[in-house]
Design a protein around this ligand. Structure first.
Ligand code: ATP
Length: 305
């Protein structure tokens, strides 16, 4: 499987046609032969991440050269801080993550994306993607042991490391509740894990990978309170000491983000901490008021954002 990493890194083009949400690379294993539209420049060096500072510098982007998806977006994710993206559907949140993961390269005049001051177009895709951990909305599991599914984050991990990652991801106790523990086969032909459990497996996997940068796409579906708490704790452990960019659908989960960026029609229209944005009494404040009243509703709608 280790040999698949190279080809896996070239799946941007395919990905676009099969899924609009953030990539789940495992799901793409079968599509390895497709060409890519992002190529490394000759003799590109590897990215060396020292601080993990991310910068979008006046980024504009259109998928089809007609409707712009991003228009002059500039922001920074300072070292080890968390930036959350909010905004209505189509505002450009996923596009920001896809560009950072280099599914598309920005062209001349479309701005720059920098990591520790280095333009990501100038480094190898492989080193870029090695530096980034992705926790997608819906993680796919291999039809094999849960141990393999977690250990896949870093081949050659010891049982102790796998268990420590599962503990940190709030998944160890659940795993131990299965008669075969870490050897339990999960997935289509094994134990079916819930969405929240699969996400915690993805978090454990990413903890093992230990990347300096994280991209997180929060699940849109509502989770019960205790699952939500477990996931928040797992994410807190994962985000500690890393720079992260997350897409948030439920505003309650990002109250602690260092910076919240509010996107509308491809532009950042508000930014600040949760407290600052509420005080601003603008778009974020009204989205927040909508969600609070929706959660008091007997049939809350999570799509009110
Ligand atoms: P959501 O919350 O629904 O996921 P989003 O804020 O993540 O939305 P994006 O997926 O970034 O929004 O989309 C931004 C814009 O780009 C939208 O107008 C969308 O229709 C368009 N877009 C996204 N993906 C493609 C694509 N593959 N081809 C053409 N247009 C696209």
């Amino acid at each position: 499987l280790a040999q698949l990493y190279g080809p896996l890194n070239q799946l941007g083009t395919v990905y676009r046609s099969i899924n609009q949400s953030l990539v789940d690379t495992e799901r793409l294993l079968k599509l390895l032969n497709e060409p890519t539209e992002v190529n490394d420049v000759p003799n590109a060096p590897d990215l060396i991440v020292q601080n993990g500072e991310i910068e979008f510098d006046n980024v504009s982007f259109a998928y089809d050269d007609r409707t712009p998806a991003l228009k002059g977006v500039s922001f920074k994710v300072p070292t080890n801080s968390s930036v959350a993206l909010v905004g209505e559907s189509g505002a450009g949140k996923s596009t920001i993550l896809r560009l950072l993961y280099r599914f598309y390269d920005l062209k001349e005049g479309q701005g720059r994306i920098l990591i520790d001051g280095k333009d990501i177009r100038e480094v190898t895709q492989k080193s870029l993607r090695n530096a980034i951990g992705v926790v997608p909305q819906d993680s796919v599991l291999f039809n094999t042991s849960i141990k393999y599914n977690i250990g896949y984050g870093k081949f050659g991990s010891s049982d102790e490391d796998i268990e420590a990652a599962a503990k940190s991801a709030q998944m160890h106790e659940r795993i131990m509740s299965f008669p075969e523990g870490y050897e339990t086969v999960v997935g289509e032909r094994g134990v079916r894990l819930s969405g929240g459990e699969k996400q915690r497996v993805a978090i454990a996997r990413t903890l093992l990978k230990n990347p300096p940068i994280l991209l997180l796409d929060e699940a849109t579906s509502a989770l019960d309170t205790s699952t939500e708490k477990d996931i928040q704790k797992a994410l807190q452990n994962l985000m500690l000491g890393r720079s992260s960019l997350s897409i948030a659908h439920r505003l309650s989960t990002i109250a602690n983000a260092d910076i919240i960026l509010v996107l509308k029609d491809g532009q950042i229209v508000e930014q600040g901490s949760h407290k600052e944005l509420l005080a601003l009494d603008g778009i974020f404040a009204s989205m927040w008021a909508d969600q609070v009243s929706a959660s008091e509703d007997p049939a809350p709608s999570i799509h009110s954002v």
